[in-house]
Design a protein around this ligand. Structure first.
Ligand code: ANZ
Ligand code: ZN
Length: 805
């Protein structure tokens, strides 16, 4: 078929699917097992659909269609993450109110998306910027508030001078704003926070029970950043104030020769002596202007000033000076450290610069004058602990100080509380009212939603207040408690709050009186498969897990992890680099759909390489796949001229079913497509020798297996083959294992990575069997010489590597 034919065919089937509502899921169907097939919903930003979106949706939709053919009741919803800075920045650029503009971008997105032929059930669409959705986002805020997990506090926050708003730590990438790449500065402000840190331990431990990629588990672990150590108490000599410090090296406390407070530490002003006041004040102001990553950098020249105060070292009673320095952060540990220049690099550098004493307490091979020694060793200069291995001394010293009330074992997390407030317009107003009599009052649930008003001037004010703070009709209100005059909170909440619970809403969109229905939720959640890109690991995924756990604790949910199985696709590169406007290598999906049809683009994207790896996009590749799909049309259309032969061996069919199935299950879609290509070549080669029935069987199976990947093409070919509507509700083909019994594969056998033999083994041989055969091989045994097997690496159908030692 030519271009026009392809467009006509694809449009025809999309229309038919829509008319027959074939993708509307009966959520109450009890006859089949459920499968909740979730994929990331887009920010409907200005640029329109990106090829990255198409990549996510092609892979996830193929998975959903395949599961459906496997007999599952598949729910595949879609929606729009339409609130937030992405949409608002675009609105600011065009000077159109986001309330108007977002409707436009959403329709445009929906139109573009619909051309992809995914089996989305649009009857459950969510749009986070609609009152019927954000009413429940506000409800979620109130649940957090009631549970004591939403708190208002003054804190240094990341401020983007371009977007004129605060950012969560997760939105600061290398010290720059995630959205606009401007350098982020620190600012002290009163803000709403969610206490995600209360959940740090569970968020960490429960990673073990998830079927998630190792890389996302690792990144989440690092982000949570658990550190085991101790809090030791130093006492300020002049005031008697207790200063707890967090340390991972309590064994080195006898070597603590000074204390450093973060410049923002609340005790600084109190303990600073009059002679030092001026210098301390100047230093504090200079620090305010710095960015966190600079402060933490090892390379940065150390700076700091003496406060004039002294503290008592709890281990040896020595009087040591108290400094302030920017390398100590207020937001980690206790905001204060004991400095041990002999065994910490930064302290060493600092001590050298300011002439502070260096006392070695863990025996080092080369002394500590030139360089800090961070390795293990025997304790010295540490009283009764001398001679003890330092690892042991960590516990012994902490126990000893704890007995005297001067310390305790603790665990600290790098994770910070989730900053919720945004001084912007385009988000759900935070549902809190401030009353002079009653203080902070949550908006009663029956008064939700607190509707976001349409306002002319939606630009960020730059004053640290939301544009809503200029709208009297919005913020002036009555106290729900005492009826007195009161004002509303004028900040809106972070976009990541909107998306932290959207998967709970999809199945329950029909309910206006509850965020998610208990029965439907019990049936449909947790999500069976979640697919998306790699950019959301420490933001969206972590927040979603947190929200789920809180709702579980509050009794609203019966599970405490939202996404049972998570899979992340790789990045698409083009002309050797990650796509970006500045490089001019952005692939516009519309262009390819226009030229070759949606199926060709879908199929090509999945054919590029392993779905979870980064892959290079090539124009020739799309053309090649388009030719393959065209060849299928001729195979089908010319079938009446063939199939008059005596019959052929049909092993190829069975082998293909097996390969395609495994490819889809393992997200190696490219191998499934390669198998389909090989099978189509085989049909072309042997169709003269086939019987009518064989040719028909081969073609029908080919089309069935193509259906999840190229849904329009398969539907059209299925109809031409006389199949009943629709190909997408047919059962997935099963191969006959007995057909593959005499088939063999060549398995390469390695010992410690070196090839020692090649064995012809039955097709689909299992690991145990291959291992047994390998260990029986003479050539292999010659290299084992009695050593014991440490590990076996098995690549099904290809290779077995026996690791001995
Ligand atoms: C004394 C000490 C001696 C330390 C030594 C290290 C080595 P992680 O592993 O990242 O958790 N620290 C504690 N709070 C800090 C803050 N707010 N800002 C900057 N640094 C801080 O790091 C824990 C170590 O980082 C702590 O252990 C403390 O220095 C420092 F030989 O205490 B240590
Ligand atoms: Zn009141």
């Amino acid at each position: 078929p030519n271009n026009n034919d392809i467009h006509a065919i694809e449009a025809k089937w999309r229309q038919r699917w829509q008319q027959t509502q074939i993708y509307k899921t009966d959520l109450r169907d009890e006859s089949k097992p459920k499968y909740y097939n979730l994929m990331e919903f887009p920010y409907p930003s200005g640029e329109g659909l990106h090829v990255g979106h198409v990549y996510t949706y092609s892979g996830a939709d193929t998975n959903g269609r395949y599961r459906r053919m496997r007999g599952y009741n598949v729910f595949e919803p879609m929606g729009f993450d339409a609130f937030g800075i992405h949409s608002e920045n675009y609105a600011l650029k065009l000077g159109i109110n986001p309330m108007v503009l977002t409707q436009r971008t959403v329709s445009r997105f929906r139109e573009q998306m619909n051309r992809l032929g995914c089996m989305w059930d649009w009857s459950h669409e969510v749009n986070t910027s609609q009152p019927n959705y954000y009413k429940w986002t506000q409800w979620l805020f109130l649940q957090m508030y009631k549970a004591g997990l939403a708190v208002r506090k003054s804190a240094p926050v990341n401020w983007c001078p371009q977007c004129l708003t605060v950012l969560a730590n997760e939105q600061v990438i290398n010290g720059r704003c995630e959205r606009c790449d401007t350098e982020v500065i620190q600012r002290e402000m009163v803000q709403w926070f969610f206490k995600i840190t209360d959940y740090a331990e569970r968020l960490l431990n429960d990673l073990d029970k998830l079927d998630w990629p190792e890389v996302s588990k690792r990144l989440q672990r690092n982000w949570i950043g658990r550190s085991e150590g101790a809090e030791l108490i130093f006492t300020i000599e002049s005031t008697g104030d207790k200063v707890p410090v967090f340390t991972t090296r309590p064994d080195t406390v006898f070597g603590a020769t000074y204390v450093v407070l973060a410049p923002e530490h609340p005790l600084v002003d109190k303990i600073t002596t009059p002679e030092c006041r001026e210098a301390v004040q100047a230093y504090k102001e200079a620090t305010m202007r710095e960015r966190e990553i600079e402060r933490l950098s090892l390379e940065k020249e150390k700076t700091g000033v003496f406060t004039g105060a002294y503290a008592i070292n709890p281990a040896n009673g020595e009087r040591i000076p108290v400094w302030i320095a920017d390398y100590v952060l207020m937001t980690y540990g206790t905001g204060a450290i004991m400095a041990v220049p002999a065994h910490d690099e930064r302290d060493h550098e600092f001590a050298k610069k300011f002439g502070l004493p260096i006392v070695e307490v863990v025996q080092s091979p080369e002394g500590v004058e030139e360089q800090a020694y961070i390795g293990p060793g025997q304790m010295k200069n540490s009283g009764q602990f001398d001679g003890m291995p330092n690892e042991e001394a960590k516990k012994a010293i902490t126990d000893w100080l704890a007995e005297r009330g001067l310390g305790k074992h603790t665990v600290t997390y790098r994770l910070r509380d989730w900053l919720i407030s945004r001084q912007r317009y385009w988000g759900p107003p935070i549902p809190i009212i401030y009353c002079d009599n009653c203080g902070e009052v949550p908006v009663p649930e029956d008064q939700l939603p607190v509707e976001l008003p349409y306002i002319e001037n939606f630009r960020p004010t730059g004053t640290g207040k939301s544009p809503l703070a200029l709208v009297e009709e919005f913020y002036k209100t009555e106290c729900p408690n005492c009826g007195g005059p009161a004002v509303r909170e004028t900040d809106v909440s972070d976009t990541f709050l909107d998306s932290s619970w959207y998967y709970l809403r999809y199945p329950s969109t029909e309910f206006d009186d509850r965020p998610f229905d208990r029965d439907i939720t019990r049936k449909w959640l947790p999500v069976d498969s979640y697919m998306g890109g790699k950019e959301h690991i420490v933001l969206h995924h972590l927040y979603s897990r947190f929200v789920t756990k809180v709702l579980y604790d509050l009794g609203y949910l019966e599970f405490d992890e939202p996404f049972t199985r998570l899979r992340l696709h790789g990045i698409i590169t083009h002309l050797g680099a990650k796509m970006s406007k500045s490089r001019g290598n952005v692939v516009n999906p519309d262009e390819y759909i226009e030229k070759y049809g949606a199926d060709a683009l879908r199929t090509y994207l999945l054919f590029m390489g392993p779905y979870e790896d980064d892959n290079e996009f090539s124009v020739h590749g799309v053309q090649g796949v388009s030719r393959f799909l065209n060849r299928l049309y001729s195979l089908v259309d010319s079938r009446h001229d063939y199939g008059n032969g005596p019959g052929v061996d049909m092993k190829m069919l069975h082998r293909t079913i097996d390969r395609v199935t495994r490819g889809i299950e393992d997200l190696k879609y490219h191998t499934s497509i390669a198998a389909l290509m090989e099978m189509s070549n085989w049909i072309a080669d042997v169709r003269s020798e086939m019987t009518k029935e064989q040719l028909d069987t081969a073609l029908k199976n080919l089309v069935l297996m193509l259906a999840p990947i190229a849904p329009h093409t398969a539907e059209e070919l299925w109809e031409r083959l006389g199949g009943a509507y629709s190909v997408h509700i047919q059962p997935w083909p099963e191969y006959d294992p007995s057909q593959l019994v005499e088939e063999t594969v060549t398995i390469v056998v390695q010992v410690n990575g070196k090839v020692r033999d090649k064995l012809e083994l039955p097709y689909n041989v299992a690991q145990e069997e291959a291992q047994r055969a390998a260990l029986e091989s003479e050539k292999v045994r010659a290299h084992l010489d009695g050593k014991s097997v440490k590990n076996v690496i098995w690549v099904p159908g290809k290779l077995i590597n026996i690791v001995v030692g």
